[in-house]
Design a protein around this ligand. Sequence first.
Ligand SMILES: [Zn+2]
Length: 177
Amino acid sequence: MAEPAPALLALRDAVNARWPLRNKASDGIMGDAAHQAAGTSDHNEGNALDITFDATNGPDLEALAEALIQDARVRYIIWNKRIRNREYEAGAWRAYSGASPHTAHMHVSVYADRRSDTSPWDFSAKAPALMPSALSFAAIDPKPAVVFVAVVVGAGALLAAFSLLNREPASPVWSWS
Ligand SMILES: [Zn+2]
């Protein structure tokens, strides 16, 4: 039975300490049933950590990815339809077209032979601007459902405004019967 990589437990603790209010809804290390079925996920070996996207409480995953890719333990990162490997193109982002767009969380894989290295994760020093930011939120494509709701709400507000404008003046005589 695989165990979570100590290096990733240390990373998770460091992220929790730096952003104590962050949402953890999409967090995870060990593979769930879907990952196990997929067969090859690093989560099955405990060598991958998912960090939830939270535009309000952080972290700014774009900046965090920038810091983490500089750490020799990190093998690759997937975030917002892109992937970056330390070993390819000097860690530059490349397009990612996997089944999950990875917009709800960022995936961080570590090398199996470095999984027990619990050296401090000093991402704050490497990316001092790490704060929640509207930038990474804007980078996410709005989900179709969100757009639909926005359109419906917008249309409703327009209809309400028109009906207010066209309404008969209220009677000055109040009556309760
Ligand atoms: Zn993952």
